[in-house]
Design a protein around this ligand. Structure first.
Ligand SMILES: [Zn+2]
Length: 377
């Protein structure tokens, strides 16, 4: 989580966000005013320390994969890989607030509050509104049902759960998350919650700002007594819409379901030892699983033009964090995985046949060295 937020800040810095100056205090409806950002920060520091989370919260944070979040662009060998900033990272950077505000929100993990809320408290016992205006609710549910039929694993207990920045408009929910993250009592959480709400409201677009909900991931919840979930943050479909990536939500859902197939079929087992390579294998496999489902005649049966759109989306999400435990593959490698799997789906005879999850995983592992080779593009 910390790594992700550093990346977010890097985006803001790259765009030359406003300098490090405290924002002026803001007026409340009752006529009272909050102090300056610096005064507020001092109060938060006195109550919550330097922002270090409890060990349990840190462990729960790791349940949220970084699948659709902006990743740090680190130094790479540009002669071998195409890995510049992509349009998705550029777009997110444009949504940043002033630098000091971004820094304070990041230090106290406020960008992750909605993710923690969905992880611990979100469930589908009430109707879930997916996407900024609920426009993705029906499409994602339909895709999910189709995925459950397509793959030979039991995904019937997996819940689709929304993740919305608007929890930051609800003082009791903010306090609930603060108690959880910092192990403080309710009185302390109640004291600090209005400040975090005030900070969130100062972001461009307020709590609807995509930084508060920029993730979409599959979660294995057994370690915290939660069901398995696919958590859908509003910020991700928001970005796909802004960039005209019309297949974005579909491949995102199919990719996440791919992780569920991996978990249930034991496909996480590998002889690889480097953590970045372990992560890359699982992520490229999920890209391929998603593409295989979308292209297969028995899956979503999308046409070539849409496969191209999926490949472009995954290219945009590639990263060059070769030393990171969350490395997902370079833009070229992600694009290549999508195209390889689409080819597998198109070549299958008879067209009605579908590989099992295990068969697909084995085929993918055979192809992996080719997909990650520098000339894979
Ligand atoms: Zn993933």
């Amino acid at each position: 989580m910390a790594l992700r937020r550093l990346a977010v800040l890097a985006c803001a810095a790259a765009l030359g966000a406003a300098g490090i100056t405290a924002t002026a205090g803001s007026a409340h409806a009752d006529g009272s005013t909050t102090g300056s950002l610096a005064d507020q920060l001092a109060q938060v520091q006195s109550l919550l320390g330097d922002g270090t989370l409890t060990p349990q919260a840190q462990a729960a944070g790791a349940l949220g994969d970084t699948d659709w979040t902006a990743s740090e662009q680190s130094a790479i060998d540009g002669s071998q890989y195409s890995c510049g900033s992509t349009e998705l990272y550029d777009w997110l950077g444009q949504q940043a607030g002033p630098a000091q505000l971004m820094s304070d929100l990041s230090t106290y993990h406020v960008f992750d509050f909605a993710q923690y809320y969905a992880t611990y408290y979100g469930n589908d016992s009430t109707p879930q509104s997916l996407g900024p205006n609920g426009e993705d609710t029906t499409p994602i549910h339909q895709e999910f049902k189709s995925l459950q039929k397509f793959w030979d694993v039991d995904g019937s207990k997996v819940q689709l759960v929304s993740m919305k920045g608007s929890i930051l408009d609800d003082e009791s929910k903010v306090a609930q998350v603060v108690e959880l993250l910092y192990g403080v009592d309710q009185a302390t959480a109640d004291q600090v919650a209005p400040t975090f709400m005030d900070w969130a409201a100062q972001m461009p677009g307020g709590t609807d700002n995509p930084y508060f909900s920029f993730n979409l991931f599959a979660m294995n919840g057994s370690s915290i007594g939660q069901p398995d979930k696919i958590i859908v943050g509003d910020g991700v479909p928001d970005a796909f819409d802004a960039l005209g990536l019309g297949m974005g939500v579909r491949i995102a859902t199919a990719h996440e379901y791919g992780h569920i197939v991996q978990n249930k079929d034991g496909l996480r087992a590998t002889t690889l030892t480097d953590p970045a390579e372990v992560s890359r294998r699982l992520e490229l496999m999920a890209d391929a699983e998603g593409s295989y489902y979308l292209t297969s005649a028995q899956g979503a049966a999308i046409n070539d033009q849409r496969v191209e759109s999926v490949a472009r989306t995954m290219y945009d999400l590639g990263d060059c964090n070769f030393a990171s435990t969350t490395h997902h593959g370079t833009p070229d490698q992600r694009e290549a995985s999508v195209e390889w799997a689409a080819g597998v789906a198109n070549a299958v005879r008879p067209q009605s046949s579908v590989m099992t999850g295990v068969q697909f995983g084995q085929a993918f592992d055979q192809e992996l060295p080719t997909l990650v080779a520098p000339d894979a593009s």
